[in-house]
Each structure stands twice: as structure tokens, then as C-alpha cells.
Design a protein around this ligand. Structure first.
Ligand code: BJW
Ligand code: ZN
Length: 251
């Protein structure tokens, strides 16, 4: 299995959360990515997400996403991809790689549709969707008018404020999604962890399930993390360079 984080998209131009370039104005993610921040100042939180949506829309998957996508789509398809990222770049890379070789070598897949087992499990949701903050109804992202709090998008069912369909601090991750991630990790003989600071739980604990069952960790990150001491192999470089070198020959 593979667990990825924001560093995976750094070479695509998507800023990470922590570290020098990880700040937005003077706010830390812990100050914006919370239900309390949204209740206190929904306009500020929406400004951050609108800025990020625009930025992500202009970004492309990088060679790390592509190498991983090709690896996921190889005929045996025994790898599960779990991502903390909400940017959808894994899915875009998978769609592209699948289009290049729609059958994935297996001869069964429909062009355009990523085969079931090869889809990314997005444990922190997606920035491309909205959800009602009151009745939790999900919808595709609608345009956001940032003129004032009164112009922010509202739920067509109950009139509650819409919010991005992502998981904020203090919110539970979707139970089925999280179980799928832990199950994949528990069954894996290798967990490849790329581009995460591994400080946000429960996602950061997912690789421990591989270790507990006797599997190994491979970490790809220019910096060390709390998982580094558990890693059998540490590849201290950018994922856009390391993953193609690692996975293309294997794939
Ligand atoms: C490169 C690179 C290159 C750079 N190549 N690498 C246990 C212990 C302590 C605390 C907790 C705990 N369990 C739960 C908590 C509380 C909290 C938490 O973890 N807090 C810690 C920060 C202390 N967790 C939660 O609140 C979670 N919910 C929860 O536990 O609910 C319980 C509950 C149960 C029942 C009812 C109610 C509640 C939810 C966490 C949600 C996190 N959400 C965010 C925002 C998502 C939406 C959005 O995008 O806006 O998710 S926060 C942010 O952090 C985002 C990320 O997915 C997440 C992880 O960050 P990531 O991906 O690791 O990025 P960075 O920036 O930290 O690191 C980048 C890394 O890349 C660095 O290491 C670089 O070196 C590296 N890098 N360039 C490779 N080119
Ligand atoms: Zn609603």
C-alpha cells in the first residue's frame, strides 16, 4: 500500500501545510481547518479554500503522481493508494495513465473509468466537493461569491451554509474509508509513505498497521518524520524524482 501527503503535490505547485512555504497569510492550518474557525468566520475560511481551489485547478500531476498511477494500474493491481490530499491530483494522474493504456494490460477495464481497486482512497475528503454544514448533504462544488458572508453558497435543501467536503481537525474521518485504509495497511507487506509529515492522526497511524503485522515501511521525504525511525528504507528526496526511479522499473 501507499500513503501520501501534501509533499507529493509540492512539485506540482500545491503548497504544503507545514514548513516555510506552508503558511497562508499568517494563519496555520490548525487555525483555518476547523469547524470552529468556520463558525467564527466562514468568509475567511471560504477565502482560503477558494484560493486553493483556483491554485489546484491550475496545477498538473507531477512525475511522482504519474509513476504511482502507472504502478497502480499494472495488471496484477495489488496496491492500495491512500491519500491525505484533497487536491484530486492522484485521480487525475490515474485517469491519464488509464487513458494511455485503458485495459491496464488486463483487458477488462472500460476506457475513462479507473478500475475499482486502483482508485485513490481520499481519507481527508476532496476540495472539489461541497457539503452542507447543517444537514451534511453533499454536492459538487458551486461557485463561491466572496463579497460578504451573506453571498456565501447555501444548501438547496435546508438553507445551511455550504462548506468544502473535507475533513477538518476535530472531525471524524469517514468510518468506511478509514477502515479500508487500515485494512489495506494491515494486509500489506510493504507500506510506501511519501510526502507526509506524519503528524496528523489517525492517518499518520495507518502505516503502523503494516508494521504491526510484520510488514516494512519505505519512506520518501526530504525531511525526517516520526515514522522515519520505523522505516526499513528511507529515500530522502523529492517524490517527483524518487518515485519514478523506484516504481517505473518495478512496474
Ligand atoms: C516532500 C516534498 C517533496 C515537501 N517530496 N516530500 C492522536 C495524537 C495527537 C492528536 C490526535 C490524535 N488523534 C487525533 C488527533 C487530533 C488531530 C491531530 O492529528 N492533531 C495533530 C496535528 C496533533 N486529528 C484530527 O482532529 C482528525 N480527526 C479526529 O481524530 O477525529 C476524532 C473524532 C472521532 C469521533 C468524533 C469526532 C472526532 C482529523 C484530521 C483532519 C486533518 N485535516 C487537514 C485539512 C484537510 C482539508 C484541507 O486540505 O484543507 O488535512 S489538516 C492537513 O494536515 C491536511 C493534511 O491532509 C494533513 C496532513 O498533512 P501532510 O499531508 O502530512 O502535509 P504537511 O504539510 O504536514 O507535510 C508535508 C511533508 O512533505 C513534509 O514532511 C515535507 O518534508 C514533505 N515534502 N516537499 C516529498 N517534493
Ligand atoms: Zn442542508
Amino acid at each position: 500500500m501507499v500513503l501520501t501527503g501534501a509533499g507529493m503535490s509540492a512539485e506540482s505547485g500545491v503548497p504544503t501545510f507545514r514548513g516555510e512555504s506552508g503558511l497562508w497569510r499568517s494563519y496555520r492550518p490548525e487555525e483555518l481547518a476547523t469547524p470552529e474557525a468556520f463558525s467564527r468566520d466562514p468568509l475567511l475560511v471560504w477565502e482560503w479554500y477558494a484560493w486553493r481551489r483556483g491554485l489546484i485547478a491550475a496545477c498538473e500531476p507531477n512525475p511522482g503522481h504519474t509513476a504511482l498511477a502507472r504502478f497502480m494500474l499494472r495488471p496484477s493491481r495489488t496496491t492500495t493508494l491512500v491519500t491525505q490530499n484533497v487536491d484530486g491530483l492522484h485521480t487525475r494522474a490515474l485517469e491519464r495513465a488509464h487513458q494511455e493504456e485503458p485495459t491496464g494490460g488486463g483487458g477488462l477495464a472500460t476506457p475513462g473509468e479507473i478500475p475499482e481497486g486502483a482508485r485513490a482512497i481520499e481519507v481527508h475528503g476532496t476540495i472539489a466537493g461541497d457539503r452542507c454544514s447543517e444537514c451534511h448533504l453533499r454536492s459538487a462544488a458551486v461557485p463561491v461569491d466572496l463579497t460578504s458572508v451573506d453571498t456565501l453558497p447555501r444548501c438547496t435543501e435546508c438553507g445551511g451554509l455550504l462548506r468544502p467536503d473535507v475533513v477538518w481537525f476535530g472531525e471524524a474521518l469517514d468510518e468506511a474509508v478509514l477502515s479500508a485504509a487500515f485494512e489495506a495497511a494491515g494486509n500489506a507487506d510493504v507500506c510506501l509513505v511519501a510526502g507526509t509529515s506524519a503528524v496528523v492522526h489517525p492517518a499518520a497511524s495507518v502505516p503502523l498497521a503494516t508494521l504491526h503485522n510484520g510488514g516494512d515501511l519505505i519512506e520518501v521525504n526530504p525531511e525526517s518524520t516520526p515514522l522515519s525511525r520505523h522505516a526499513r528504507v528511507r529515500l530522502a528526496g523529492p517524490s517527483g524524482e524518487v518515485l519514478p526511479a523506484l516504481l517505473d522499473p518495478l512496474g
